[in-house]
Design a binder for this molecule. Structure first.
Ligand code: GLC
Length: 741
């Protein structure tokens, strides 16, 4: 019988990409023949890094639907063959992996990619990632992660696209499109997974996994948008998050996973839990045991249980006793089978035999290098960069100058450090022959405590025309479960920079990190600062290209940099409050010790630090300069079915080609609720030659101004809007438009 089923299904192989009704009929064909055990097995996902003998036994019993973390094509095919030929229902296994920013060729961490504001390049890089991963048989990636993060203490800020919902929405969609391509059944495509649903990045204290309290209005206005955008873009799966929001763990939250995600948004895909998060309801204290947890989560709309074994071990009993309906079970099974059918697994369950490997191919590496360049943000430059031809002796130093593993960043599971191009490797290879390189590294890694007081380093520095110091964070200092309370450079890196700065030579500081760090003093004592995040496999080549001017930095901060940890949370799209800060507060020296009120105001600020960030969202310098002018709104009065159209002239006023990211922010003077002072609603990268001008046409659809109104309904409101167009979230040209009903 099973062979007949396989033959039948294989007959479909000649069909073009599956039409929806084909998918449904094939899902029904499968489910019709499945036993209760077969169905329960389709809701169970395990980690493949275990005793493969036991895994084979479980496959033969039909107990495994998806296996994570096997990245050997031969092993994948051998397990798949057992599933097809020796399991009761003969349903293919879905092999999955955390492929968050590259597979073998590691891209910049997503937070770094976000700084590029380059949707197209991110999409192209993600497509390359899919080609590398599907080559060895991975058909499901647990990415993009799109948790809005406003707290750099949270280690997973590295994995998302920063603090802004609009930017995160556009870039998450770019990754979904890159991974899934035009046709999910294409052998080069893999299913994406929108994670972590929802508000995981709002963990109290920036402590990973911690409680979140995000009220409904903020969920809709800030945390939902990237996920909704991915549903609209056809993302194939979602992952529920670990956290409880306002008392309800996401994995067991029926309102979230069924009402919002499916009924309101129309999501047709499959929801997988996070690692053990079904069983996580027990430590959360909302389930007494895994049986209860299984019932809550399955009925909430969590289809597949990652690693808690709650479904596998308890659903049969729950069905038998009538605690969980067969209909509920079948709905979850259908969503899992639908994903497998759409992926083309039934016709092509085995790894594709690539005629030529794309892994580490020149094209893939070149794209990764470009993305690392565009992800880098020039935070300061007194003219020392790009390094001039007159510079004939360069000192390169710092613990991130040759950190092949750490440079890859968090979630670089399949990155191979032997393929990493580190800065010192690139500089050694590319430096012009008439330039002398001095390389010194008193700090073997970022947290190292150096024994000496950098005497030898300073001696070397005095011989150099320019010093380039590579500092930052080890890979393990960000990512899951890696939150920090102190965001200063670790170890003696700051002391090293101070020692270098004391030598009176131009100091270029390059920072490779998984988050915004508190770098006010380093910014002060450096002549130039380039923030590369963790730039991935090609980071060293990108560093050379940028420092020596083969490329011109164009990155813009996707997240606000605080002056100190005490300012956190600090983000650009904050609300007005009733006591708006003037921006000049925080300087106690200017305040008389008696009757200070004569000087001090009553504003939302601090006594001991300015209320403004060290560096604002959207900020980034270039080796050239740009000027915006002549902002004009084409249609200053729009209805809620139209878009406001506006033009702005951009001129490259410098002496070399460069790329600017023009950003458009919208704010309101009054609304039915308090609203952010400004919100990013459009941006465009524009490349201009020296002296070249261009008129940009941008538009903002009225529907993108929708928000959760006072009566909790979602929609726009008539009124006056302030449009600010600039090259950062601070400053810019101002104009106005009106939205009428
Ligand atoms: C982890 C992460 C999640 C990842 C999953 C599988 O705990 O939270 O992002 O996809 O487990 O590794």
């Amino acid at each position: 019988m099973k062979r007949l089923l396989i033959t039948l299904l294989a007959a479909f192989a000649l069909l073009p990409a599956l039409a929806q009704d084909d998918v449904e009929s094939r899902v029904e064909e499968l489910i019709f023949r499945m036993t209760l055990d077969d169905k329960i097995g389709q809701l169970h996902q395990i980690d493949g890094r275990t005793d493969l003998g036991k895994v084979c036994d479980m496959i033969r019993k039909g107990q495994i639907s998806s296996i994570m973390n096997i990245v050997d094509a031969a092993v994948i095919d051998s397990l798949q063959r057992i599933a097809l030929e020796e399991s009761p229902a003969g349903i293919p296994i879905l092999f999955s992996r955390d492929i968050v920013h590259g597979f073998k060729t590691i891209l910049p961490i997503p937070l770094g990619q976000a700084a590029s504001f380059d949707d197209a390049l991110i999409r192209s890089a993600a497509r390359n990632t899919a080609l590398e991963a599907t080559e060895i048989g991975i058909k499901w990636a647990f990415a993009p992660m799109m948790d809005i993060a406003r707290d750099p203490r949270w280690g997973r800020i590295a994995e998302g696209f920063g603090e802004d919902p609009y930017l995160a929405s556009r870039l998450a969609v770019s990754v979904v499109e890159g991974y899934q391509g035009e046709d999910l059944s294409d052998e080069l495509s893999m299913a994406a997974c929108a994670k972590h649903f929802v508000a995981y990045g709002a963990a109290e204290g920036g402590r990973d996994y911690n409680t979140t309290y995000v009220p409904l209005r903020s969920l809709y206005d800030t945390y939902f948008p990237p996920f909704k955008a991915c549903v609209d873009a056809g993302v194939a799966s979602f992952m529920s998050s670990f956290n409880d929001n306002d008392g309800v763990p996401a994995t067991g939250n029926k309102w979230l996973l069924s009402e919002v995600l499916r009924e309101d948004w129309g999501f047709q895909g499959m929801v997988v839990s996070d690692w053990g998060s079904v069983g996580g309801l027990i430590p959360h204290g909302v389930a007494g045991d895994k049986k209860e947890a299984a019932k809550i989560c399955l009925e909430a709309g969590c289809d597949m249980d990652m690693m808690s074994y709650s479904y596998l071990n308890h659903l049969k009993e729950l069905i038998a006793e009538g605690s969980v309906s067969m209909q509920t079970l079948d709905e979850a099974v259908r969503r899992v089978l639908r994903l497998k059918v759409r992926l083309g697994l039934l016709e092509k369950p085995y790894t594709r035999k690539a005629s030529e490997s794309v892994i580490y191919s020149e094209a893939v590496l070149e794209t990764a290098c470009r993305l690392a360049e565009e992800s880098s943000v020039l935070l300061k430059n007194d003219g020392v960069l790009p390094i001039a031809e007159e510079v004939k002796t360069v000192l390169v130093c710092g613990p991130m100058a040759d950190a092949a593993y750490d440079q890859l960043g968090t979630w670089a599971l399949d990155g191979d450090k032997t393929h990493t191009i580190t800065p010192i490797a690139a500089i050694r290879r590319e430096l012009p022959s008439d330039v002398k390189l001095i390389y010194a590294n008193p700090l073997s890694y970022p947290r190292a405590q150096s024994s000496d007081d950098f005497k030898a380093l300073k001696k070397a520095a005095r011989k150099a025309d320019v010093i380039i110091a590579f500092v930052g964070e080890e890979q393990m200092m960000s990512g899951e479960a890696h939150s920090l309370s102190n965001l200063h450079l670790q170890g003696q890196q700051s002391e090293m920079l101070e020692a270098l700065a004391s030598c009176g030579k131009p100091l270029v500081t390059v920072i490779m990190a998984g988050r915004p760090l508190v770098i006010g003093s380093e910014l002060e004592l450096s002549n130039a600062v380039l923030y590369m995040w963790h730039p991935g496999t090609m980071g060293g080549q990108a560093a050379y290209n940028l420092l020596w001017g083969l490329s011109n930095p164009s990155g813009k901060l996707p997240v606000t940099f605080p002056r100190n940890e005490g300012q956190i949370p600090i983000y650009y799209n904050h609300k007005h409050t009733s006591h708006i800060a003037k921006g000049t507060e925080g300087n106690l020296d200017s305040v008389p010790r008696e009757k200070p009120q004569s000087v001090m105001g009553h504003t939302s600020s601090y006594l001991d630090v300015a209320p403004t960030p060290l560096l604002p969202f959207g900020f980034g310098l270039s080796y050239t300069t740009f000027e915006l002018s002549n902002l004009r709104v084409d249609n200053p009065v729009i209805s809620d079915s139209e878009a406001v159209v506006f033009y702005v002239d951009v001129k490259n006023t410098g002496d070399r080609e460069g790329c600017e990211v023009v950003q458009a922010y919208v704010g309101r003077k009054t609304a039915s609720t308090t609203r952010p002072m400004k919100e990013l609603k459009a941006y465009e990268r524009v490349s201009l030659k020296a002296g070249e001008s261009k008129t940009l046409r941008l538009e903002i659809p009225a529907e993108s101004l929708a928000f959760c109104r006072k009566d909790m309904s979602w929609g726009t409101e008539p009124g006056n809007y302030v449009l600010t167009v600039g090259t950062s979230s601070e400053g810019g040209l101002r104009s106005y438009f009106k939205l009428e009903k």
